[in-house]
Write a protein that binds this ligand. Structure first.
Ligand SMILES: Cc1cc2nc3c(=O)[nH]c(=O)nc-3n(C[C@H](O)[C@H](O)[C@H](O)COP(=O)(O)OP(=O)(O)OC[C@H]3O[C@@H](n4cnc5c(N)ncnc54)[C@H](O)[C@@H]3O)c2cc1C
Length: 320
């Protein structure tokens, strides 16, 4: 009888990424039995002790798993899932999670719910909530298949804090038959905090008029220890890299503070930032859609507003 919740722990540069403890938190709140984690990669066993609040950490450690490939990781995750026999499997809605979850669900002959922001368990069945229609509606899906596989949007769940590390169980999997070879990896040069992890995001839209309009946006982001984001219009125009695009076809962010500068607030943009705890909008059009979602709004030309805002932040910081 499937029992408990299994989560995928993810590493970046050898360190556990925040989604791991968020998944543990979500798994604990489901109260569906013991929570366990799977850690897949090469030389990853040492990281197992960083996963807290779980009973068991299943480790698949193999040089062939040094780089993520769909077929090798799916084989590894499938082997762990068959051994652990959980009722629910949670992965992050990350580059790896969104690629791996559907393949894993297929191998296990079950279904998958992607990009969930809410999870609930009643009578042994998982119900997931996810944004639909560009964030304008919520879709609730109930599982009839088992195990229930779901990906969880980063920062949508409170992380599990504390608790002890799980006991390590090694799982041997033959992944030598993997047909995928990583030919080259190109690392995008990024300065400062990652957009997805930032507590503050300052985003610019087409209304800034050109790449130079991002000067004050960068300054404000830097002052607040945050990251720069952009609308798709900006990314399409080549003013900023696509990696900074926020929205339905870009990144989903849920910072404490999202400052939208000269962004109209199209539903496809809001799909990427509606989960922010506070939105401040700066727009010269008082009827712009972004003001409907904003907690604070400044109606005005960003060229006048941004320097004033930067000065105000500097002053507050100087006062300690
Ligand atoms: C399938 C699909 C997927 C999409 N995915 C995304 C996505 O992931 N992310 C995304 O962002 N969009 C996405 N879009 C595009 C989306 O519909 C909008 O076209 C886009 O978000 C508009 O970008 P914007 O707000 O920067 O530009 P605009 O809509 O042109 O808005 C510019 C704003 O700047 C204001 N402004 C102008 N000058 C100033 C000034 N000097 N000072 C202050 N304010 C000023 C204007 O009043 C206006 O509100 C998608 C569209 C489709 C069809």
């Amino acid at each position: 009888m499937p029992h408990g919740v299994l989560i995928l722990a993810e590493l970046m540069d050898g360190k556990l990424v925040p989604i791991t403890q968020e998944l543990v938190g979500a798994a604990q709140r489901l109260s569906a039995g013991p929570v366990s984690a799977m850690l897949i990669g090469s030389g990853v066993e040492a990281a197992a002790s960083g996963i807290t609040g779980v009973e068991t950490v299943y480790v698949v450690d193999d040089p062939a798993l040094a780089e993520y490939t769909n077929d090798a990781f799916t084989s590894a995750a499938e082997a762990v899932a068959r051994q652990a026999d959980p009722a629910v499997i949670l992965l992050g809605q990350t580059n790896i999670g969104r690629d791996l979850a559907p393949a894993l669900a297929y191998k296990l002959g079950t279904a998958v719910a992607m990009d969930t922001i809410g999870l609930e368990m009643t009578d042994g069945k998982l119900h997931t909530t996810r944004p639909a229609y560009g964030g304008n509606a919520r879709a609730v899906n109930s599982f009839t298949a088992s195990p229930a596989v779901a990906t969880v949007r980063p920062k949508s769940q409170d992380p599990a804090l504390g608790g002890s590390a799980g006991a390590v169980t090694k799982v041997a999997v033959d992944v030598s038959g993997s047909r995928t070879k990583l030919v080259e990896r190109k690392v995008a040069t990024a300065e400062g905090v990652r957009l997805e992890d930032a507590n503050v995001v300052v985003s610019g839209g087409r209304g800034v008029g050109g790449p130079e309009g991002f000067e004050t946006i960068e300054q404000l982001a830097h002052l607040l220890g945050g990251a720069v984001g952009a609308s798709r219009a900006v990314a399409d125009l080549g003013w900023r890299p696509v990696a900074e695009q926020v929205g339905l076809t870009g990144k989903v962010v849920s910072p404490d503070l999202y400052i939208a500068v000269a962004i109209s607030g199209a539903s496809q943009h809001m799909a990427g930032c509606a989960g922010s705890k506070n939105i401040i909008a700066i727009n010269k059009d008082a009827d712009a859609n972004i003001f409907k979602a904003a907690r604070f709004g400044i109606v005005g030309d960003y060229k006048a507003v941004m320097p004033a805002l930067i000065e105000a932040v500097k002053k507050v910081k100087a006062e300690g």
